[in-house]
Structure formats: C-alpha cells, structure tokens
Ligand binder design. Sequence first.
Ligand code: CUA
Length: 315
Amino acid sequence: MNADAHSVLVPAGPQAAGIAHLWWIYFGVCLVIALAIIGLTAALALRRTPVTAPDVAGDSRLARIVGGAVILSVLIVFGLLIVDLVIARSLRVPADRPALSIEVTGHQWWWSVRYLDPAVHKSFVTANEIHVPVGRTVRLLLKSADVIHSFWAPSFAGKKDLVPGHPAELTFQADRAGTFRGQCAEFCGLQHAHMDLVIVAEPPKQFEAWATASRGDGAVARGDSAVRGRAVFMSHSCALCHTIEGTPARSQVGPDLTHLASRTTIGAGAFPNTRGYLAGWIVDAPSLKPGVSMPPNPLPGDDLQALLDYLESLK
Ligand code: CUA
C-alpha cells in the first residue's frame, strides 16, 4: 500500500496534532528526569569521599533531599496529568458541529463502512477503505459484529475500542490530502495483524465525486466474458455472502463488492487489489489468510477468468 507515514508523530489533523504534542511534552519531561538520575548516579559513583559512621547532621540533610524529591515527583506527575486533561479536552469536537457520519463495523477480520445520510437513498456501503473530505469533521460510529476490535488511525486520532453491544464514537478531521493507514489495535484472533484499513483524505470536490460514484449500482456487465462472470458470481457461493448493488446478490456476511475494483487492497489490506491476488483469493482465500470465513472456490479456469473480468469491471 502506498500510504503516508503511519505514525503518531506525523499528524494529519488537529486531533492527532494534540496527541503528538502531548507525546513530545511527556518525552521532554521524561528525558530531563532520566538525564538527571543518570547524572546524579554517576556523580555518586565517582565520589571519592569514603562512607563514614552515621552522622546526625548528614541524616537530616538526606531526609530533606529525599522529601524534596518526593514532592517534586508528585508535582511533576500532577503537572503531566493536568496537561493530559487539557489536551484531551481540546480533542473533543462540539456535538452540534455538522459532520460526515460514517458507521464502521469491525468483523473478524475486516471493516464494513457505511456512509450515513439523512436522505436514506444517499447512504452507501463499502469495505476496508474510508474516504474523507479534507477540512470537514468526520464522526465515526463504531460497532463490532463479533469480538472486541479497536479502531486506530494514528495520523488522525487516538484508538477507540469496538466493544460488541456498546457503540462508540470517534471524531477527527483531516487537514491534508493523502492516503493513510489504519489498523485494528486490539488482539481479535488469528488475523488481527491483517485487519488494516486505508483512509483516503481528499479535497471536498474529489470526495463528492467518489461518494456519488459509490452510491451507484455495480457496473452493468459488458462483453461476453464479464456477462459470463456475472452468471458465475450469481450461481456460485459468492452471492450467498456478498452484496453487489443492482444485482440479486444482497448478503452482508462478507464485504460489499459493489465497487470492488475501485479499492486498492483486498483481504482488509492483506494484498494489493490486482488480478493475480484476486484470483488467488477467490480460489483459496484460507491459504492466503488462514482463518478467514471465505471458503475455497475451486472454479474451472474459464469461469475464474470470466469472474475476474466481471469483478474488475466493478469500478
Ligand atoms: Cu480486529 Cu484486531
């Protein structure tokens, strides 16, 4: 995936910038403390004065030093706590601010993404890829379909757990265009490490064009091979698990494939969306990503090529 840096320290929005700021404050304070401790330890180790018998004046001086250090430690910890609270407060976005609402549902091991719109016919579904317009507040409504997952896109915001039965919200804003990575950040089974998502931040006009295209039905199969591929899709197990808008395939067990060809990866970021990987995925997904729900589909060569032609037309 050709994504920008996947780092808390390279923020791409105000929420992530606040978190990066907090990180640097903690880093600076801890660095000063660590250097002071190392310096004092070295000074003591190099001291030439031999240890002598107990002396009362020395003991009371030592007690003052230890007492002062304890008070200083408490003040530093409280200072960091206050900075933490102030920055956490600044990350909150007012609830009345108009936002783009996207429902993100974690599954083992992929993400279902539903763009919500008050006009229901304008809602649409995609998978493993979130497009957002630069400069607009995005409100993610997070849910889980099975176990606990955690949504983490470090360039934009902190982590938020997806706990079954307990919907959560995460708000962020992208300040610059680019392709960014997200990742499930809570161990959720065998393929936890391959539960990626792509976040594409783009200028509002480009986003609107993408959203408009995504609202449409899947491409009408054109050409003999794609028409045959469509028939293969509908008559095999594909249609039992996936949706392609505008066709009889309406199941929501697996990712929505209406605009599969416009996505950059398959298997939740596990592989690039190329004809070769797609073919391998269809024929034997469990050997590419052990544990996935998608069963092997040993199709005859002609049927497979036709199916690939059809899927590649779903732009
Ligand atoms: Cu989902 Cu880890």
